[in-house]
Design a protein around this ligand. Sequence first.
Ligand code: HEM
Length: 127
Amino acid sequence: MNALAAFHLRAAAIYVALGMAAGIAMAASQHFEYGPAHGHLNLLGFASSAIYGLVLKDRPDLAATRFAVAHAILAHLGLVVMTIGLTILFSGDVATGEPVAKAGSVLVLLGGLAFIKLVFAATRRSI
Ligand code: HEM
Protein backbone atom coordinates (compact mmCIF):
# COMPACT_ATOMS: atom_id res chain seq x y z
CA MET A 1 0.00 0.00 0.00
CA ASN A 2 1.20 3.54 -0.68
CA ALA A 3 2.61 5.49 2.27
CA LEU A 4 0.00 8.26 2.40
CA ALA A 5 -2.96 5.85 2.33
CA ALA A 6 -1.31 3.83 5.09
CA PHE A 7 -0.76 7.02 7.10
CA HIS A 8 -4.47 7.96 6.89
CA LEU A 9 -5.61 4.44 7.83
CA ARG A 10 -3.19 4.13 10.73
CA ALA A 11 -4.18 7.57 12.01
CA ALA A 12 -7.86 6.55 11.75
CA ALA A 13 -7.22 3.47 13.89
CA ILE A 14 -5.43 5.57 16.52
CA TYR A 15 -8.19 8.21 16.52
CA VAL A 16 -10.94 5.65 17.06
CA ALA A 17 -9.12 4.04 19.97
CA LEU A 18 -8.55 7.48 21.53
CA GLY A 19 -12.16 8.47 20.77
CA MET A 20 -13.57 5.33 22.39
CA ALA A 21 -11.35 5.74 25.44
CA ALA A 22 -12.49 9.37 25.71
CA GLY A 23 -16.11 8.21 25.37
CA ILE A 24 -15.72 5.72 28.21
CA ALA A 25 -13.94 8.31 30.39
CA MET A 26 -16.66 10.84 29.60
CA ALA A 27 -19.44 8.39 30.48
CA ALA A 28 -17.72 7.12 33.63
CA SER A 29 -17.11 10.63 34.94
CA GLN A 30 -20.52 11.94 33.78
CA HIS A 31 -18.79 14.78 31.93
CA PHE A 32 -21.10 14.73 28.93
CA GLU A 33 -20.18 18.31 28.08
CA TYR A 34 -17.16 16.92 26.21
CA GLY A 35 -19.47 15.14 23.73
CA PRO A 36 -18.66 17.47 20.81
CA ALA A 37 -14.89 16.93 21.21
CA HIS A 38 -15.44 13.16 21.37
CA GLY A 39 -17.85 13.21 18.41
CA HIS A 40 -15.49 15.22 16.21
CA LEU A 41 -12.48 13.08 17.10
CA ASN A 42 -14.43 9.99 16.08
CA LEU A 43 -16.15 11.31 12.98
CA LEU A 44 -13.56 13.69 11.54
CA GLY A 45 -10.69 11.62 12.91
CA PHE A 46 -11.72 8.02 12.49
CA ALA A 47 -14.45 8.00 9.85
CA SER A 48 -13.07 10.73 7.57
CA SER A 49 -9.44 9.61 7.80
CA ALA A 50 -10.44 6.05 6.96
CA ILE A 51 -12.24 7.30 3.85
CA TYR A 52 -9.23 9.44 2.85
CA GLY A 53 -7.05 6.35 3.23
CA LEU A 54 -9.33 4.11 1.19
CA VAL A 55 -9.62 6.65 -1.65
CA LEU A 56 -5.84 7.10 -1.81
CA LYS A 57 -5.20 3.36 -1.47
CA ASP A 58 -7.03 2.99 -4.75
CA ARG A 59 -5.01 5.77 -6.43
CA PRO A 60 -1.30 5.62 -5.61
CA ASP A 61 -0.64 8.13 -8.42
CA LEU A 62 -2.72 10.75 -6.59
CA ALA A 63 -1.25 9.77 -3.22
CA ALA A 64 2.20 10.56 -4.64
CA THR A 65 1.32 14.21 -5.32
CA ARG A 66 2.27 17.17 -3.12
CA PHE A 67 -1.37 18.18 -3.18
CA ALA A 68 -2.39 14.94 -1.43
CA VAL A 69 0.31 15.52 1.19
CA ALA A 70 -0.95 19.10 1.71
CA HIS A 71 -4.48 17.73 2.14
CA ALA A 72 -3.24 15.25 4.76
CA ILE A 73 -1.45 18.00 6.71
CA LEU A 74 -4.54 20.22 6.69
CA ALA A 75 -6.87 17.39 7.68
CA HIS A 76 -4.81 15.94 10.54
CA LEU A 77 -3.33 19.16 11.91
CA GLY A 78 -6.79 20.74 11.74
CA LEU A 79 -8.40 17.82 13.56
CA VAL A 80 -5.84 17.83 16.37
CA VAL A 81 -6.05 21.62 16.84
CA MET A 82 -9.86 21.57 16.65
CA THR A 83 -10.21 18.69 19.13
CA ILE A 84 -7.89 20.43 21.61
CA GLY A 85 -9.85 23.66 21.14
CA LEU A 86 -13.22 21.96 21.65
CA THR A 87 -11.95 20.19 24.76
CA ILE A 88 -10.73 23.46 26.29
CA LEU A 89 -13.89 25.27 25.18
CA PHE A 90 -16.26 22.70 26.71
CA SER A 91 -14.22 22.56 29.91
CA GLY A 92 -15.56 26.08 30.41
CA ASP A 93 -12.60 28.17 29.22
CA VAL A 94 -14.37 29.66 26.21
CA ALA A 95 -11.94 32.55 25.78
CA THR A 96 -9.03 30.14 25.19
CA GLY A 97 -10.84 27.28 23.54
CA GLU A 98 -12.91 29.17 21.00
CA PRO A 99 -10.07 30.72 18.95
CA VAL A 100 -8.20 27.39 18.97
CA ALA A 101 -11.32 25.51 17.84
CA LYS A 102 -11.95 28.15 15.16
CA ALA A 103 -8.39 27.92 13.81
CA GLY A 104 -8.59 24.12 13.73
CA SER A 105 -11.96 24.16 12.02
CA VAL A 106 -10.65 26.46 9.26
CA LEU A 107 -7.76 24.04 8.62
CA VAL A 108 -10.25 21.16 8.57
CA LEU A 109 -12.43 23.04 6.08
CA LEU A 110 -9.45 23.74 3.81
CA GLY A 111 -8.68 20.02 4.00
CA GLY A 112 -12.29 19.27 3.09
CA LEU A 113 -12.06 21.56 0.06
CA ALA A 114 -8.79 19.90 -0.97
CA PHE A 115 -10.52 16.52 -0.71
CA ILE A 116 -13.05 17.66 -3.33
CA LYS A 117 -10.20 18.06 -5.82
CA LEU A 118 -8.74 14.67 -4.88
CA VAL A 119 -12.07 12.87 -5.19
CA PHE A 120 -12.87 14.53 -8.51
CA ALA A 121 -9.44 13.52 -9.82
CA ALA A 122 -9.90 9.98 -8.50
CA THR A 123 -13.33 9.58 -10.11
CA ARG A 124 -12.56 11.17 -13.47
CA ARG A 125 -13.76 9.13 -16.42
CA SER A 126 -10.95 7.34 -18.15
CA ILE A 127 -12.64 6.95 -21.59
C1 HEM B 1 -16.30 2.90 23.35
C2 HEM B 1 -16.93 3.60 22.43
C3 HEM B 1 -17.72 4.85 22.72
C4 HEM B 1 -18.23 5.32 23.91
C5 HEM B 1 -18.14 4.72 25.29
C6 HEM B 1 -18.95 6.56 23.59
C7 HEM B 1 -19.59 7.37 24.52
C8 HEM B 1 -20.28 8.53 24.23
C9 HEM B 1 -20.95 9.38 25.20
C10 HEM B 1 -21.02 9.10 26.70
C11 HEM B 1 -21.50 10.40 24.54
C12 HEM B 1 -22.29 11.58 25.13
C13 HEM B 1 -23.76 11.26 25.11
C14 HEM B 1 -24.59 12.40 25.70
O1 HEM B 1 -24.18 13.57 25.64
O2 HEM B 1 -25.66 12.09 26.21
C15 HEM B 1 -21.19 10.24 23.13
C16 HEM B 1 -21.58 11.10 22.13
C17 HEM B 1 -21.25 10.96 20.80
N1 HEM B 1 -20.50 9.95 20.24
FE1 HEM B 1 -19.63 8.42 21.24
N2 HEM B 1 -18.84 6.80 22.23
C18 HEM B 1 -18.10 5.78 21.67
C19 HEM B 1 -17.75 5.67 20.33
C20 HEM B 1 -18.13 6.53 19.31
C21 HEM B 1 -17.79 6.39 17.92
C22 HEM B 1 -16.96 5.23 17.35
C23 HEM B 1 -18.34 7.44 17.25
C24 HEM B 1 -18.33 7.79 15.80
C25 HEM B 1 -17.72 7.09 14.85
C26 HEM B 1 -19.04 8.26 18.25
C27 HEM B 1 -19.73 9.42 17.97
C28 HEM B 1 -20.39 10.17 18.89
C29 HEM B 1 -21.13 11.39 18.56
C30 HEM B 1 -21.30 12.00 17.18
C31 HEM B 1 -21.66 11.88 19.76
C32 HEM B 1 -22.53 13.12 19.96
C33 HEM B 1 -21.63 14.27 20.33
C34 HEM B 1 -22.41 15.52 20.74
O3 HEM B 1 -23.39 15.39 21.45
O4 HEM B 1 -22.01 16.60 20.35
N3 HEM B 1 -18.88 7.68 19.48
N4 HEM B 1 -20.44 9.08 22.97
